[in-house]
Design a protein. Structure first.
Length: 756
């Protein structure tokens, strides 16, 4: 670019240059793009003349524009061996900068020539040549070495094809054949067992399925390659804006506004008006011929094929069903059996079909399941009322049977956290609330002792203890009966005192307290929760409402209505829906409030915008609820205690396919601790038979045993021959019975009483 000292407009080169880029090599039957967009000038003034070798571009392969000039080869210009699938194009003259070229189905190494000639409006031109080379055939699928399934075995009624999933807006052109009869065994969460235990369970499952005559089971302990290198074909879309300069000659008279034309006219035409047979020289009109430029921009949609060198990797440490399904895809097996210890410390078996994953939408719902404890945990966790969630997502639970506060850990094995105290043996009179802090400390309330304790690193300290007079009575205006315990975002301990209905906040290190909710503001509050923005929420079972507590201690109704005509509706504002018996509340990390409504056995959820709905349906009612907490570690899960039933219910979101079947071995860690991996054998057999019920052949059941019937008949004949009087009596009874059956309902003629 050249500028003068007065910042005059830049002067650009008008030289015409043709540019096609580097030579192209691509596999046969793929699509490439001939790109002339780098040719100059790029202002749309160029015309592109494309010349092709014989049998490279065919008229049937290209969608030509009406303005394109297409010149085909004559048959005399082609060898007889070159005449292929249609009319071979010799030359295309176009305004398009791009040509989509399908590589011919020619032997590898075959070369073709493409010549580009560009020319501007002034007649200047330039040429460039590009060589197109056909590569050899590529392997566009993966081998079946994962499962050693032969091609013959892959052909059958149960086989189906699956299109590879797209990546980066790529849509694959090839399909993979899946054998629906083959079953792969996929262990999940292998890190939760040691390698020997994983291999033993793999072998045990495989042997059990083989012994029950399940067909085409792949051995999970066989040598499996970690990856396979393949070339995969992807169809890609490319969008290119193309600006074309159109030049017109406009002839305008002086009656029109000519100020929009900046250049001098190309020609001047003098016109005269004739009146009759005379020429009126006074009415002469002058016309000017101007050159008018117009640019037209269009978007070219270019489709081409990209060959990607892809590595298909087998995942040996799967943690999800999706990962197991991907492994099954590599193995080309249509049925999947996953097993592993899930997030709830159950040995879970899940059977599903790969075809359902690709062919149908999954079904999702909230499922409520009663937690089954080990014999040790079941005897320890009696009369559970209060629960909490540790910082690692494990459960904390108070046992009313032994007045203990327990941490269940990942193995669901209760450990009394009070036993970790080094200096003294602490015993709680009436543990009524428990929660965990950000540093791993525990806070426990004792409603009988009217105290709140902190347990951290083997030490116990008192956060709060109600002041008493000399007679041991709690002083007036002193909060009493602490129950629910929470920790806010600043690490302060928030405690509900059901004795006077107040809520206080305590500094965890000093015990300095602050009043958050004055006594008597809310009628008999039953639980508290801290929202994600740090606000305090209180629920009252007797008032059937949830309240938000303001900074000044005033309360604002948030959910539930006092109207006697309201009903428990979904999809409305929370203040318009009826709450039957809200006993407990909690928040998740997304700011949603959950309400445990014991009257309806349901879990209600209120979104941040105030709309309410129900999580549980009629098939998942949860009754006799004591306390409710949300576990946001991993997948959101709800837990509800049942004090008098000595139980705990887990509510979690479940996604299944049409063919999914689940079965569980409960408390596997306890079984392994007691008997080792051998102790799981009977439980695994039962779980496999239940989850694989449609694959295990049914035993033939003989309705009649003809040998036994023949033996019975022979013994009966011998017996009657030896007793002719008894035989006559039986014949008489049969005769009387038949007469009664064919009679019209008259009196039945029975034989006389015995003896005759």
């Amino acid at each position: 670019m050249i500028y003068d000292e007065a910042n005059a407009p830049r002067i650009t080169s008008r030289k015409v240059v043709a540019e096609l880029g580097e030579d192209i090599s691509a596999p046969a039957m793929t699509t490439v793009i001939l790109d002339a967009s780098r040719s100059t000038p790029s202002n749309g003034s160029l015309t592109y003349e494309w010349s092709f070798s014989p049998n490279l571009l065919f008229q049937s392969d290209y969608d030509f524009d009406k303005s394109d000039a297409v010149i085909p080869y004559n048959e005399s210009e082609l060898d007889s061996t070159e005449i292929g699938k249609g009319i071979s194009i010799k030359k295309v003259v176009s305004k398009d900068k791009y040509i989509e070229l399908e590589m011919p189905n020619a032997p590898g190494g075959t070369q073709f020539v493409v010549v580009l000639r560009v020319q501007n409006n002034m007649g200047s031109n330039d040429s460039d040549t590009l060589m197109v080379t056909v590569e050899g055939a590529i392997n566009d699928g993966h081998e079946s070495e994962f499962s050693d399934v032969s091609e013959a075995d892959m052909i059958g009624e149960s086989s189906f094809s699956v299109t590879d999933e797209s990546q980066d807006n790529r849509e694959p052109l090839t399909e993979t054949l899946i054998n629906g009869d083959y079953l792969t065994i996929q262990p999940l969460n292998k890190h939760r067992l040691n390698p020997m235990e994983v291999n033993i369970i793999n072998s045990f499952i495989y042997d059990h399925l083989i012994s029950t005559e399940v067909k085409n089971v792949l051995d999970p302990n066989r040598i499996i390659p970690s990856n396979v290198q393949v070339n995969k074909l992807y169809e890609r879309m490319r969008f290119e804006p193309d600006t074309v300069l159109l030049v017109y000659l406009d002839t305008l008279t002086t009656k029109y506004d000519l100020s929009r034309f900046k250049e001098e006219p190309l020609d001047t035409i003098y016109n005269s008006n004739n009146v009759g047979n005379k020429t009126d020289l006074n009415n002469n009109d002058t016309s000017f011929v101007f050159r008018r430029y117009e640019t037209v921009t269009k978007v070219d949609t270019l489709s081409y094929t990209e060959v990607v060198d892809t590595t298909l990797r087998y995942q040996f440490n799967c943690m999800t069903y999706d990962c197991a399904a991907e492994n099954a895809f590599l193995e080309q097996a249509g049925q999947v059996l996953t097993w592993g210890i899930n997030d709830y410390s159950q040995l879970e078996f899940h059977y599903f079909k790969l075809e359902d994953i690709y062919g149908s939408e999954p079904t999702s719902y909230w499922e409520a399941q009663r937690v089954q404890f080990s014999p040790f945990a079941d005897s320890t966790l009696r009369y559970p009322e209060s629960i909490g969630i540790d910082r690692d997502g494990s459960l904390l639970m108070v046992s009313g049977n032994r007045q203990t506060a327990n941490s269940l850990g990942k193995k669901m094995h209760p450990v009394n956290i009070l036993e970790s105290i080094r200096d003294e043996v602490q015993k709680l009179d009436y543990p009524s609330g428990i929660c965990a802090g950000y540093l791993g400390e525990y806070y426990v309330s004792d409603k009988d002792a009217n105290a709140v304790y902190k347990i951290y690193e083997g030490q116990i300290s008192t956060i709060f203890s109600a002041k008493k007079d000399e007679n041991g009575l709690i002083l007036e205006n002193e909060p009493s009966v602490p129950t629910s315990v929470r920790v806010d975002q600043e690490g302060n301990v928030v405690v509900l005192f059901e004795g006077d209905g107040s809520v206080y906040s305590f500094e965890s290190s000093t015990g300095i307290r602050s009043l958050l909710l004055p006594s008597g503001t809310i009628k008999r509050p039953t639980d508290i929760a801290i929202s994600t923005d740090g606000a305090l929420y209180v629920v009252s079972e007797s008032a059937r409402q949830v309240y938000r507590v303001a900074l000044d201690g005033s309360v604002i109704p948030f959910a539930g209505t006092l109207s006697s005509t309201a009903s428990a509706m979904d999809g409305v504002l929370a203040l318009e829906s009826y709450l039957g018996s809200p006993v407990s509340i909690d928040f998740d990390n997304n700011g949603r409030l959950y309400i445990a409504d014991d009257a309806f056995g349901s879990i209600r959820v209120v979104t941040p915008d105030g709309m309410i709905s129900t999580v549980t349906n009629n098939e998942n009612r949860v009754l006799d609820m004591a306390q409710f907490r949300v576990n946001d570690h991993g997948l959101t899960t709800f837990y509800v205690t049942h004090t008098l039933d000595h139980g705990l219910t887990r509510i979690h979101y479940k996604t299944v396919s049409n063919s999914s079947r689940f079965n569980y071995v409960h408390y596997p860690y306890h079984i392994i601790k007691q008997k080792g991996i051998y102790g799981l054998e009977d439980s695994i057999r039962r779980a496999l038979d239940a989850s694989m019920v449609t694959l295990v052949p049914e035993e033939e059941k003989v309705i009649f045993n003809f040998k036994k019937i023949s033996d019975f008949n022979r013994k009966l004949n011998k017996y009657l021959k030896e007793r002719p009087i008894l035989l006559g009596l039986l014949l008489l009874l049969i005769n009387q019975g038949l007469s009664a059956a064919f009679s019209d309902g008259g009196p039945i003629d029975l034989p006389p009483d015995f003896p005759f």
